[in-house]
Design a binder for this molecule. Structure first.
Ligand SMILES: *[C@@H]1O[C@H](CO)[C@@H](O)[C@H](O)[C@H]1NC(C)=O
Ligand SMILES: *[C@@H]1O[C@H](CO)[C@@H](O)[C@H](O)[C@H]1NC(C)=O
Ligand SMILES: *[C@@H]1O[C@H](CO)[C@@H](O)[C@H](O)[C@H]1NC(C)=O
Ligand SMILES: *[C@@H]1O[C@H](CO)[C@@H](O)[C@H](O)[C@H]1NC(C)=O
Ligand SMILES: *[C@@H]1O[C@H](CO)[C@@H](O)[C@H](O)[C@H]1NC(C)=O
Ligand SMILES: *[C@@H]1O[C@H](CO)[C@@H](O)[C@H](O)[C@H]1NC(C)=O
Length: 688
């Protein structure tokens, strides 16, 4: 039974031949190279499209499911085996025995014929406080080989990527070259017809992909058709050092870009080979900010003169980078386990690189921004109610990143590029365009986004002590709070962030966000000595919360609980906006509401969690469940966490970590949210 997930401690002894351990869990899709919205390669595991999580025998894919072929072969004593991917080569599949993930790594242990063991580590470094390193859209594959049976073996290692990495259109013509620089060898592959800022199937249609390795171990290379290049290795253990110059479509005799490393005689001390894969785009984002329309470069261009200088730094930085990212991984692991135990670490550890992987750093050293793609739901750029659930990760990892995300919003709206008095939903209909909505034609979520902005700005100021930021943006923050005063006690018919559930008036949870937003604004006023405003908005928030309780809580129920919308006693929902009251310390909501919600959730829990609300039976959102967990009593907290962690291991989905799923079957809802940055919300406990 290949799909079962096994805990390494409990499971190892009982593993039968051909089974792998998975630690700390077997996610629905295993992250391989996850560094930006356009470098996002995964390995589908869940049974709805995945093979259980076994690297040999199946292709890696982009988060959409489109294949990004990445091959690993090994020759041991003249016999060839496949350890990564599904190449059509005369070879046996090697046997994966273990998989482990940390926040930035996926580590596979693979046995080859009981002769040697391969440890393949896919590392997408997380250095959230080191923007120079974080700005590089690149990922490592480090392969270590050692003897398993104690004898020496002759070993050659092969890997390639195909041109599928450069476009979402398989008929697009690829161009490529091979070169060396200062001890490194690289294959460069790009789409002949460069289309800056364009996508096909969520893939970037511009920029260069580089596959790099050290020029050592008698390295040989070759570009050419998959059959020729892989076949050359399988029969000779080396490549021809030749370049195919018949530039052609990605799917025309599939051009691949291979390396063979002769590791020589391998004994019990491991021998390693390092590869790195990166996407280099000089121009990243089209933007409408304070300077009008402009093109923002990738931030790495301000640290490096060109692609080759950048990839060379990245590749040679491995030891350093590995040390930094390992320290971050250990911190997440330690803090998560201390906060709420092993199940909690299953969630945070899986979420971390996915959050950063939905973003990219752009601009220059004097004016930097972090841009975020609303992955898989609709591709919007810099969506406020997608940033907001992700922010617990950013407050935890580096609160300055919250400023780098919000700055473009302030520039755009303070320059008069948006016609309404409420806050804009996003900065562009489709990533990587952040050209705003001067026509006001965004997806309006007025209370949601005004509340989110005020709460995020306050939390950022509280963690960074940057009160200048509050001064600078006070007028527009006040414009937004005035809107909340008008529309949050009785929110008009509108969308909340859960837009798939539709429009509704008088949403209890949305009203709560607006009211806490008013209290948060009062605290902003307080921090910068606007005492009249502080007093006024404090008293409005206090008045509203009393009235809100009467409207939105079904007090006659046992236990009492919040309704979905006012005076609708047959309804309920996750009251996840309660989290904000603790996050920014407004302490506006009476303790009895926390206690009642906490008791209530236990009475409506299903196999994999608590439904989002009564509109769609069994639908839920994992990020909001953890917001609820963060302000619940321990038993309820652990219920939410253990059920979401159980879902990670048991869902049939093969999509990258989803936030939207069914609490009964564990399937996705049919709206296949995947790889979204909102899973950063699972860090909610770590920032209270
Ligand atoms: C592998 O093949 C080469 C060339 O045929 C031969 O010299 C060598 O002894 C073989 N090695 C092993 C371990 O069989
Ligand atoms: C994989 O494991 C099976 C079962 O133990 C064994 O028969 C097979 O030879 C192994 N294959 C490799 C390549 O290690
Ligand atoms: C971004 O805008 C350009 C026009 O400036 C357009 O050609 C391109 O298709 C847009 N990109 C996406 C992904 O919609
Ligand atoms: C308090 O705020 C409300 C809503 O913005 C405003 O209408 C009112 O004038 C303010 N009162 C004072 C005393 O500032
Ligand atoms: C909102 O709730 C209030 C109080 O129950 C009610 O008077 C009002 O009609 C509701 N608004 C809508 C649009 O249903
Ligand atoms: C109460 O909620 C249910 C389910 O969302 C809805 O069908 C019904 O119309 C609501 N009733 C009122 C009075 O809002």
């Amino acid at each position: 039974m290949r799909f079962s997930s096994l805990n390494i401690l409990g499971g190892l002894a009982s593993l039968t031949a051909g089974q792998s351990a998975f630690t700390p869990a077997r996610p629905p899709s295993l992250p391989l190279a996850v560094k930006s919205p356009y470098l996002s390669t995964w390995f589908p595991a869940g049974k709805n499209g995945g093979n259980g999580g076994y690297l040999p025998g199946q292709w890696p894919t982009f988060y959409t499911g489109q294949v990004t072929a990445w091959t690993g072969l090994i020759r041991v004593d003249n016999q060839t085996f496949t350890w990564l991917g599904a190449p059509e080569v005369d070879s046996d599949l090697a046997n994966q025995t273990a998989y482990e993930y940390t926040s930035s790594k996926s580590i596979f242990t693979i046995d080859v014929d009981d002769k040697v063991t391969i440890k393949a580590s896919f590392i997408s470094p997380l250095t959230p406080k080191d923007l120079k390193r974080q700005s590089l859209i690149a990922s490592y594959l480090n392969v270590e080989v050692a003897s398993k049976d104690g004898s020496d073996h002759e070993v050659q290692l092969y890997t390639d990527i195909s041109a599928e990495w450069i476009s979402g259109n398989l008929n697009a013509v690829a161009h490529w070259e091979y070169d060396t620089t200062d001890g490194l060898s690289y294959h460069k592959v790009w789409k002949q017809d460069q289309q800056p800022f364009s996508e096909v199937n969520d893939r970037a249609e511009w920029g260069n992909i580089y596959y790099t390795t050290d020029t050592k171990h008698g390295l040989t290379y070759q570009s050419g058709s998959d059959k020729n290049v892989r076949g050359a290795f399988a029969s000779n253990g080396k490549l021809d050092d030749t370049k195919d110059t018949n530039y052609r479509a990605i799917n025309s005799e599939w051009p691949v870009f291979g390396y063979a490393s002769d590791l020589g005689t391998v004994g019990s001390t491991s021998t390693s080979a390092l590869f790195s894969i990166g996407l280099y785009q000089d121009e990243a984002i089209q933007y409408l900010g304070k300077n009008g329309d402009e093109i923002l470069p990738s931030l790495w261009t301000s640290y490096f003169s060109d692609d080759v200088a950048a990839l060379s730094f990245f590749h040679k930085d491995f030891d350093n980078s590995n040390e930094l990212t390992s320290a971050f991984d250990e911190q997440v692991d330690k803090d998560s386990k201390a906060a709420a135990g092993d199940d909690y670490a299953i969630l945070t550890t899986l979420a971390a690189r996915q959050v950063m992987g939905a973003t990219q750093l752009v601009g220059n050293e004097a004016r930097q921004f972090l841009f975020l793609k609303e992955i898989s739901s609709n591709g919007n750029t810099q969506t406020i109610d997608v940033i907001y659930p992700a922010t617990p990760f950013f407050y935890y990892a580096n609160p300055d990143l919250v400023k780098l995300i919000l700055d473009p919003h302030f520039e755009n709206q303070e320059s008069g590029h948006y016609p309404y008095k409420w806050a804009i939903h996003d900065l562009g209909t489709h990533y990587p365009n952040a050209t705003g909505h001067a026509d006001g034609n965004d997806e309006h979520m007025p209370v949601e986004e005004c509340g989110n902005n005020i709460i995020m700005v306050l939390k950022y100021a509280q963690t960074s002590q940057n009160n200048d930021y509050l001064h600078e943006h006070y007028p527009i923050l006040k414009q937004w709070v005035e809107y909340l005063v008008e529309d949050s006690l009785y929110p008009s018919e509108q969308l909340s962030t859960d837009d798939f559930a539709g429009h509704l008036a008088n949403q209890t949870n949305l009203g709560l966000k607006g009211i806490i937003g008013i209290a948060a604004f009062a605290e902003i006023a307080n921090l910068i000595d606007e005492s009249a405003d502080a007093q006024n908005y404090t008293s409005i928030a206090k008045d509203y919360i009393t009235r809100w309780e009467a409207l939105g809580i079904n007090a006659a129920a046992d236990p009492p609980h919040a309704t979905l919308n006012y005076d609708n006693d047959t309804t309920y929902g996750l009251l996840y906006n309660l989290y904000n009251d603790k996050l920014v310390g407004t302490n506006l909501v009476p303790q009895r509401i926390y206690d009642d919600q906490s008791a209530f959730y236990l009475t409506v829990a299903n196999t994999y969690g608590v439904d989002l609300d009564t509109r769609n039976a069994f639908w839920t959102k994992g990020d909001w469940e953890i917001f609820c967990a963060a302000v619940a009593a321990e038993e309820t907290r652990d219920m939410f966490i253990s059920k979401y962690a159980k879902w990670v291991s048991e869902t049939p989905s093969a999509n990258p970590f989803s936030d939207l799923y069914l609490t009964d079957s564990g399937e996705q809802t049919g709206i296949n949210f995947r790889a979204r940055p909102v899973v950063g919300g699972v860090f909610a406990l770590l920032v209270l």
